[in-house]
Ligand binder design. Structure first.
Ligand SMILES: [Zn+2]
Length: 317
């Protein structure tokens, strides 16, 4: 195990310990609720964990280590943010909750690769409308998008967690570019503007440097979850003060919005629907529409993939 991988395990253990030893300050005004949970397991069996602090209804999910290898410093940044929040050096406002996922690709953190243990690029494996098995990244050219959307245990873990918890916004760290790109759902655009202003970054409407298929923020659009990619400025530099200032702006914006009714979370894309015919199964409907039964179950909020009826109208894209 590399020292960085060891530090993740240690840090998460410490975060857990903070909760068990000192669950909450006595004053209700500063009450802090911290929890951590394993949300899944990597290809090689390493745990994928999320820890949350704060008791408000408005939540931010901060994700590091979706790409590792050269982007592994995003893990260091998330852990440093966690250390600040758990030691109360970063205030989590009363109406908000901060959840951190330090490393989505723990196998890549250990191996030093950008991709997961099966060589799949975890930002090309999401059920966005343009998912493709054959994907691209400028570093090395062709990369795998997986055998299908959500074919990898790491992406499935985060997808299921987001569906269950429906955060107000998901911030995903990448490198490099000093730019922020948001999807079109919920308040993501305004929150990206707030983050960029705090972090002295540029908020761009769309990533145009190279084509990206099956990416996370576009998949979040399909289920109406606001999300943004934050391209850290430079390799190896966590630029803590800048990113902290950006995060504070996002938390403050959510705190300020907490007296307003929540944004109606409708998917930003126009849905394509399909009416179930006799003999259909969710699996064969999925194949015909280039998706998977898991994805159809999620976007239609079905209790079970077996529970479809003739005449029922399903969203398929
Ligand atoms: Zn990346």
């Amino acid at each position: 195990m590399t020292s960085r991988a060891r530090s993740v395990a240690t840090a998460l253990a410490i975060l857990g310990a903070v909760w068990w030893i000192n669950p909450a300050p006595s004053s209700a005004a500063t009450a802090v609720l911290a929890t951590s949970q394993q949300i899944g397991t990597s290809v090689q069996g390493r745990p994928i964990e999320v820890a949350c602090i704060g008791s408000g209804d408005r939540s931010v999910l901060l994700v590091g280590g979706l790409h590792t290898g050269p982007e592994a410093h995003s893990v260091d940044l998330v852990l440093e943010v966690a250390r600040l929040a758990w030691s109360s050096d970063l205030e989590v406002p009363a109406a908000t909750r901060l959840c951190i996922l330090p490393v989505l690709n723990p196998d890549g953190l250990v191996s030093g690769n950008r991709t997961n243990a099966r060589g799949v690029d975890l930002n090309r494996n999401w059920p966005a409308l343009n998912w493709s098995a054959d994907a691209y990244h400028p570093e090395g050219g062709a990369v795998s998008g997986g055998s299908g959307p959500l074919s990898e245990p790491e992406t499935r873990a985060l997808w299921n967690y987001v569906l269950q918890t429906r955060p107000d916004v998901v911030l995903v760290l990448h490198c490099c570019g000093a730019v922020v790109e948001a999807n079109d759902s919920a308040d993501a655009g305004a929150l990206a503007t707030a983050f960029a202003a705090g972090a002295s970054m540029q908020h761009i409407a769309e990533w145009t440097a190279y084509p990206v298929t099956g990416q996370f923020i576009d998949a979040m659009d399909r289920i109406g979850i606001g999300a943004m990619d934050i391209e850290m400025e430079a390799l190896g530099d966590i630029a803590l003060d800048d990113h902290r200032a950006g995060l504070v702006r996002v938390l403050d914006a959510l705190e300020g919005a907490s007296s307003q009714p929540p944004v109606v979370r409708q998917a930003a894309v126009t849905r394509v629907t399909y009416r179930v015919l006799p003999g259909d199964t969710l699996a064969n409907i999925a194949v015909r529409h280039g998706t998977t039964a898991d994805v159809l179950t999620s976007i239609n909020r079905l209790a079970s993939p077996d529970l479809i009826t003739v005449g029922q109208v399903l969203a398929v894209r």
